[in-house]
Design a binder for this molecule. Structure first.
Ligand code: MG
Length: 159
């Protein structure tokens, strides 16, 4: 059985993951409107992934006898600047999420809940990947400049 404290903290993370999903969907629409259909495709995959994280967290809470909830999701930005600026925001956002997962793990440690700690380590690893992927795209966009944008757009469309 999961503690009330942990249940509340994980439900908070479910809301955060759903906000992330909306952020990426908003970025997808923004990029699609500008003709970057490959980048928009990448963002939609990201959107799916974040929804998946929310469901994984909910499934875990339920498997431990807790109650998973869907809370109010705050509005997300709608304008993001150049493709490079969009992906810089992705990187910054993923670093923030890493901090949230770390804080969540701290709660599980404080609650002495080993199962939740084990479960959350998977998310810690996932965040390392997310950060590396986003910063890798930022690097590529910097190297490519404006002239290489369509090539990167095509690459990201392969995701
Ligand atoms: Mg996530």
């Amino acid at each position: 059985m999961i503690s009330e404290v942990l249940q509340k903290a994980i439900n908070g993370q479910i809301t955060a993951e759903m906000w992330s999903a909306n952020l990426y969907l908003s970025m997808a629409f923004y990029l699609e409107r500008q003709g970057f259909t490959g980048m928009a495709h990448w963002m939609k995959k990201q959107w799916e992934e974040e929804n998946g994280h929310a469901c994984q967290l909910a499934g875990y809470v339920i498997s431990r006898g807790g109650k998973a909830t869907v809370d109010k999701i705050d509005v997300v930005p709608v304008d993001f600047g150049s493709p490079l600026e969009v992906f810089e925001q992705v990187y910054k956002h993923e670093c923030r999420v890493s901090g949230m997962i770390d804080a969540l793990l701290d709660v599980a440690v404080a609650q002495k809940d080993k199962a939740t700690q084990a479960f959350l380590w998977g998310f810690v690893e996932e965040q390392t990947e997310e950060e590396a992927t986003a910063s890798g795209i930022v690097d590529k966009l910097k190297i490519a400049g404006t002239s290489g944008l369509l090539q990167i757009d095509a690459q990201l469309g392969q995701r």
